[in-house]
Design a protein around this ligand. Sequence first.
Ligand SMILES: Cc1cc2nc3c(=O)[nH]c(=O)nc-3n(C[C@H](O)[C@H](O)[C@H](O)COP(=O)(O)OP(=O)(O)OC[C@H]3O[C@@H](n4cnc5c(N)ncnc54)[C@H](O)[C@@H]3O)c2cc1C
Length: 420
Amino acid sequence: MDNRTATTILIPMTYDSDVIIVGGGLNGPSLALALAGAGVSVSLIDGRPPRARAQVAFDGRAYAIAQASKRLLDMIGIWAAVKDVCQPLEGVKAADGRPGETVAPLFLHFDSAEMHDGPLGYMLEDRHLYRVLLDAMEARPEIKLHHDLRLTQLNSDPAGVSVTLSNGEQVRGKLLIGADGRGSTVAERAGISREGWDYGQTALVAAIDHVRPHNGIAHQLFMPTGPLAVLPLKGNRSSIVWSETRANAQAISALTDDEFMSVLRPRFGDFLGEISLAGPRFSYPLSLTLARKYVVPRIALVGDAAHGVHPIAGQGLNLGLRDVGALAETVVDAVRRGEDIGAIDVLERYESWRRFDSTSLALGMDTVNKLFSNDNPILRAGRDLGMGIVQALPQLRRGFMRQASGLSGPLPRLQQGKPL
Ligand SMILES: Cc1cc2nc3c(=O)[nH]c(=O)nc-3n(C[C@H](O)[C@H](O)[C@H](O)COP(=O)(O)OP(=O)(O)OC[C@H]3O[C@@H](n4cnc5c(N)ncnc54)[C@H](O)[C@@H]3O)c2cc1C
């Protein structure tokens, strides 16, 4: 008989919540609400004070919310609170251009009327969406909020995962979700590496007032140094996402507001009449970042923590909300079957559902950006021909619109407008 003393490691079997989410941006709160609505308890941790992001013009961003994402927002109970501040997107016009030129005669027009399915999507400002998500989380007893606290340590074991916060507090759950954005600390601490590259471009973001109505039409103007998107907001106001080479963007950011407008006007053209700046200007360096794995035992990534893409087609948040729908469904189904929600075989169902879709969209956006962000005459001729072909073929155009609405592929139940 061996008389050595056996060492027993005590694994705590009690949990503060079923799920811990690190990241209270947009995807983290959406997932918390989806899970809470199905009876799964959540602790949500975010490094910022709770209301900072809801302040007017916090980061100037507005999102093109696809139809499928709208259904998810409806199912998690927040659509009613944002629908009045949304601008329905009735069409998208894309054209090749150069500063000072009028918009090219050959353009592509995606018109919602061709779909017979309502608007193509909805423009929604970050500050409104974030505030409504926060209000909804505060009203749910299943969600414990830990704001203004950062994750400093994480330890996972066969029965659960424990995280330490910047105030020394410990939180334990069965599953940890990293919704902590492009520089995900959760991914890093879980040993998940990333791949990707810098685009050498920066997006300049601002809101613009204009004299003529936009009629719910978004414009994508492909300039040699990067695309300029003009996205309709409520009233005679639009949000611009103007991608420029990093050096140009730095120089433009340093301009006064008046100088900025005099550089913007020739790119913008006069299709909306006289334009003026409606608020502060923001800039975002653009890069592609893809996590090599979305899951390891007890840990899963969603949203930008899993895939940060180029904003050229306004799909980043929509992709993240697809993760939210797929992961919420995977977790809730596992709970109903009596499975361990942190077990790797459960989490791999989520990964195999989402990883291919996100990676192919990220690389697709990458190609579109490379193809359109230059002035090579051969590529210009090729892309004009491509736009002309799509414009001439309604069937193909409808296919693109369905894709952009997020209505193709294996949709999570929440994206189908069905409860979990
Ligand atoms: C210029 C631009 C325009 C865009 N336009 C569109 C569009 O039209 N449509 C669209 O669908 N998408 C768009 N996107 C993409 C969209 O903004 C992102 O995909 C989305 O905001 C990502 O949300 P998230 O919740 O995953 O991450 P984030 O919003 O980055 O949130 C991450 C959160 O994690 C917290 N956090 C990070 N680390 C820690 C830590 N260690 N501890 C605690 N908390 C932590 C942060 O405080 C933050 O609140 C655009 C992006 C850009 C740059």
